[in-house]
Ligand binder design. Structure first.
Ligand code: HPA
Length: 281
């Protein structure tokens, strides 16, 4: 039997939004989800509140090392932001529909822009660990396989049953990110991100397949979040921190500690990019 409770309802979403509104006067314009090892930006927020997400009933809990389960509301570069520190992934066992819940709450809080970062494997042979990639589009392989956060009753309050995805990543925000990178003297790669179910990393044959279908970076997040964000009419911007290089011959192992290590190196540059984008909004 399918459990209908997994699908967030407008009542559940509004209950959570009201609870958050009750703890701060801040009304976020921008939501942010920070990837593995990339969460430090949140520490420099002029924070008004930090809510442990386990105090929010029904909130999907992050179980992954490198993802603190906190919701931070504060000001960054003059912009009121809400940072979801502690992303949740499908492989943790959350139903896909629950992964979109925090984004729905952001939407009800009035955020109209979503900035996401992730750690990703470099499939494009010219990418090196430590690179930052501007996500210009994604391949929703996990969605093609039927795992969409929009499955279930459509929430008409947010968007249509069949939402457009022709511009999943906002073109103006991409242009802004390029300008900021140039001003800051930061190298910025660009490419296509794919979300796989994980949690196993890819086999060499998987990686050859991904290269063939035009993937530049591979990870286990972001696409479901962007799908919910776009359904709800948010403008979205995404960056991948390239933490490791695809090993197509199977000569090199991939580990989570390597991913977290790379995050530490990438974090400060990503922070400059995101701060610049916030100033330019
Ligand atoms: N594959 C999938 N997800 C990842 C990788 C990878 O190589 N690196 C960081 N996240």
């Amino acid at each position: 039997m399918m459990n209908q409770d997994q699908f967030p309802t407008i009542e559940e979403i509004d209950m959570l939004a009201n609870r958050i509104r009750g703890s701060t006067d801040l009304r976020p314009k921008v939501g942010m989800i920070l990837g593995s090892g990339l969460g430090e930006l949140a520490d420099s927020l002029e924070t008004s509140i930090s809510l442990p997400t386990d105090e929010l009933p029904g909130w999907p809990k992050s179980t992954v090392e490198g993802h603190a389960g906190r919701l931070l509301m504060g000001v960054l570069e003059g912009m009121p932001v809400c940072v979801l520190q502690g992303r949740v992934h499908y492989y943790e066992g959350h139903p896909m529909a629950r992964i979109g819940l925090p984004i729905r709450v952001l939407q009800r809080l009035g955020a109209d822009t979503l900035i996401v970062t992730n750690a990703a494997g470099g499939v494009n042979p010219s990418f090196e660990p430590g690179d930052i990639m501007l996500i210009i589009d994604h391949i929703n392989l996990i969605g093609m396989a039927g795992l969409s956060p929009l499955r279930g009753p459509n929430l008409e309050e947010f968007g249509p049953r069949f939402p457009d995805m022709s511009q999943a990543y906002d073109r103006q925000l991409q242009a802004l990110a390029r300008r900021v990178a140039a001003q800051e003297g930061l190298a910025l790669r660009e490419g296509i991100y794919i979300c796989l179910g994980g949690p196993a990393f890819e086999s060499p044959a998987d990686l050859r397949f991904l290269r063939m279908i035009g993937v530049d970076a591979v990870g286990m997040s972001t696409v479901p979040e962007i799908t919910v964000a776009r359904h709800g009419g948010m403008r979205t911007l995404g960056f991948s921190g390239i933490s490791n290089k695809a090993s197509l011959d199977g000569e090199k192992l991939t580990t989570h500690s390597e991913v977290l290590e790379a995050g530490k190196r990438i974090g400060p540059r990503l922070e400059r990019l995101i701060r610049g984008v916030l100033r330019g909004l």
